[in-house]
Structures are given as structure tokens and as C-alpha cells.
Design a protein around this ligand. Sequence first.
Ligand code: ATP
Ligand code: MG
Length: 577
Amino acid sequence: MNTGNDADSKTSGPPAPVPAAGNFIEEIILEDLRTGKNDGRVHTRFPPEPNGYLHIGHAKSICLNFGLALKFGGQCNLRFDDTNPTKEDVEYVESIQADIRWLGFDWADRLFYASDYFEQLYQWAEFLIQKGKAYVCDLTADEIRDGRGTLTRPGAASKFRDRPVAENLDLFRRMRAGEFPDGTRVLRARIDMGSPNLNLRDPVLYRILHRDHHRTGAAWCIYPMYDFAHGQSDAIEGITHSICTLEFEDHRPLYDWFVEELELPHRPRQYEFARLNMTYTVMSKRKLLRLVTEGRVRGWDDPRMPTIAGMRRRGFTPAAIRNFCERIGVAKKNSTVDYALLEHCLREDLEQHAPRVMAVLRPLKVVIENYPEGQVEWLAADNNPNDPAAGTRPVPFTRELYIERDDFREDPPKKYFRLYPGNEVRLKHAYYIRCERVVKDPATGVITELRCTYDPASRGGATPDGRTVRGTLHWVSAEHAVPAEVRLYDQLFAVESPDDVPEGQDFTVNLNPHSLEVIPDARVEPGLAAAAAGSRFQFLRQGYFCADPDTSPERPVFNRTVTLKDSWAKIEKKQSE
Ligand code: ATP
Ligand code: MG
């Protein structure tokens, strides 16, 4: 460290670059490094329970844990916290790994499972029994809950609290051997029924569950509780900074109690940070699971879900999500982040990298009367004005085109610069056209096509005689365009805080009935038929879109990732006022 002392810096040479602290956890780590704690090691872990898909809140924790390891030259483990076989599944184990990799992080060969440690945890439980620090309790779950007391009422000791060590050992071994049915007995720590911290009032360490586990099969019929598994797993793996969300602050004394009482050689420390909450969405896995099982969405990877899998399908980039996590920072106080910030980070990335193409979502036919029938001109269209290296592609121009139905008005309002009878507009990459006549279905009065003329001297957007044309429209050749399905998404919930519901009602009352609109017959540039699933584009003037896994050359399918309009800038301005 540079102390500012001349003599110091002369003897030690130029100081090694020390990264600056970006948040309070980094400050703690820098201080630990300065004092030589943990032999200068930084070792974190991301500990998901495989009982659901990862969501954007988990992304915050992933970016934090893996990010700290990267920043301080340390390591980050992936550890599945798989202590509850009733809710866990290999489907989740696999999706979680895929999602973390997709986000751009790597745990190398450090993939672990709390279930790897079941035997060790069991031995530690026996050790506590032998120390007189744990006992087998025959009370029912209700009696235990009741006896625990409340914040204002102290707990009452279980009548099994003073069981002799030998009897506890015998019963615990028979619990393991499968002699007792579910729910008949538990192992509890013997700490302090009068503690102001409820977590210290003889918490349950093991419960009986005659249930196969996705990894250990039928080997166990007793399973450790989260609190009894977590800190010890950290200790086994040599974790230095065990970072979790604020709800676990009150569990920290218990975490430390186990480390102390088990006389563990390595002593990890737990630090808590504020979880991510976001407007217009829910982040509880239990609620997300309900949306899936009740068919409110099409699956965990529905593009409206706040899951990583859903966001990937929607067209989010890993860089946008990482950037978002960086911008929201790491704090000690809970808050809610505006969904618009996430979209803002996404646009920032897509604006740089997504190729521009033309797609007409709600087609209206245009016939250019003075353009030769059967003629095709392949015009050069630039792929990305932000990236000169992106080059151009040929797009076909023909006598019959489609434009967006919304880009024409028979009776234009004031300041309407798009197409209307007698007005001239520019077709992007092509020519000026003027609307001469409107053709309607005589029966319904619906406009079926526009008859237009073009100015051959305006090719490629050249202005023939300096006349001004204010509107520029996107278009596709009717002959060449490919029919496509386009899925437009809006917020999954209609209100900012979907978790706030009147008593007796359920969060699902806040679902947005218009969160998905399917357009079955859009028309896209011919090149888009071959778009690989997952490829992203800007549909000019429409937004960013991404080819869905359902896409095929016969039936291209695109998801709208995000619109072009950025509401974040406005929100930011309002906030600073
Ligand atoms: P549940 O929704 O079932 O309570 P969980 O969201 O805590 O579960 P875990 O699988 O235990 O799910 O989470 C793994 C890690 O991700 C934990 O360290 C947890 O603190 C962190 N995490 C979960 N949700 C968020 C969130 N919204 N913001 C930040 N971190 C989160
Ligand atoms: Mg959890």
C-alpha cells in the first residue's frame, strides 16, 4: 500500500496497482487484503437452490460473486444448495449452469453440491450431540413453531431439550437408519430459547424426509436444513466472503455459532447486500413457478419472464445484463429498480451491434404505377450506421411493395409527415414516392392498396431538385418479402408493484392481459427467412427483434426484444429534478 511516506515508496518501488473499491463489499475485501486476512485469498461462491430457473435478481448475485473473484484475482465456486429433495430437480441444475455460462462466467472445475457434504454434515451433527449442543426433539412442527415464541414473547424449552447425549445419539442414528416416519422427530441445536434472535432459539438442523434426492438417490432419509448446510459448505470450500441477501442478516449469528461450535479450521464470513427488486415484475421463484404451472406464460423461458432463460429468448444480450448489474450497484438498503433502466442498458448494446433490416408488421400494399412491371432493382442498404465495417446488403425494389398500414392516413392530422394522398415520402434506401390514389374494398370501405408514382431521379435517397421530403418509411418488396410471425411483448404485469395486492387477493390479479400480441402475417426482408434462432436485428423504426427458437425458413418467427423509445432518459431527468 502507498502510505504517502517517501522512505516507504523508495524501498518498495512503485506500488502495485490496487483496484478502487466500487461498493462496500469491495471495501471490506480491500481491507482484508491489506491486513493479510485469509492469506490474501478472495474466494466467493454462487449458491443457487435448484428449485427453479435463475432470474434477473440472481444475475445480480452472479455478477457480484464472479465479478469480485475476477477483480481481485480470486475464485468463485458454483455450489448447488440442494438440501430439499421435495422441490429440486436436475432440470433446474442444468438450466442454472447454462444460464451462468451464457452470462459469461466460468466456475472452471469448481462445481459443487451441498449434497456432496451430507456425510460430513451428518458427522458434524453427531459432534454437536456429543458436545451437548444438539438434541432430538419429538414435538410436532406446530408445537416447535409455537414454542419458539415471537419477537415479544420468549421461547419455551422443549421437554426433550435435556435428553441425555446417549439417547440423542441413538435416536439420531435411528432417524438416519429410516426407523421413523416423516415429521415425527427432528434434530435441533441447543442454543438459547431466550435469545432476542429467533434463529438462535434451538433451530432445527435435520428433518426426516423419506424422499429420493436427485443426486444421492435413496441414500438419505434425513436432510439438513439450509442454515446447517450453508456455512459449513462455505468452510469446506475455503470460501472467504460468503455473500448473501439481507434477509439472512439475522441468520449470521447462527452461521457464526456453527463455525465456532464445530471448531472449523477455516472460518468463512457472511456479508449481506440488498436484493434486486424491479418494477412490473415478481422475483420469487415460488411465484414464477406458479406462472409456469398455471399456464399464465408459455414456460420458464417465456420472453415475458424475468428469468435469464426468458430474457435470452426475448433477445437480451449477456453484456446488457452485466452492464445493468454494474449500474445498479451493490447497497445495504433494499430498493426497487425501474424496469426502464434494464431496457435502457439493452438498447445501448443493441444500438451498437444489431444489424438494421426492414420488416413491415401490418402490411399495406403500394403499387408504383410508373415503375416497370417485372423489373427488380437490388439496392444497397447499409447494415449498421454505427459500424462502418458492417457493410451493405442488397434489398429488392419492385413495382409492388408493402409499407406499414400506420404510415398512411387518408385524413392526416397536423404535422403528419408520412404518406397521405398527394404527399411525397422517401422510401429508405430507395426512391421518393407520391400517393396518387387510394383503393378501397367497396363492401367494407377498408383501404386495400395505394396507387403511387416514384421519381426515378431520387434513387438511393438523392434529392433531385433540392425539394424537401420529411417522412422516411421502411418497406419491403411484395414479391420478395417473406411472411413471418411477430410476437410483441408488453410488461407481464399491469402495475408497478405486482406483489402489492389487496387482502384476500393474489398477485395474479395484476397480470397484464395484453402482455402478448401475436402478429401472424408480417412481411420481412427475404434475407431474414434464414435468420438463426437467437440472432438480433433492428427492424427499422420498429424496435429490436430477435429470431425465436420456433423460427424456420418456412415460417420465420421474431420476438420484439424492446422498442426504440427510451423512457429511462425521461425518468432519470425527473429523478434529478
Ligand atoms: P427463493 O425465491 O426460493 O427464496 P432465492 O431467490 O433466495 O430463493 P436461491 O437459489 O437461494 O434463491 O438464490 C441463490 C443466490 O441468489 C442467493 O445467494 C441469493 O441471495 C441470491 N439472490 C436471489 N434473489 C436475489 C435478488 N432478487 N437479488 C439479488 N440476489 C438474489
Ligand atoms: Mg434462497
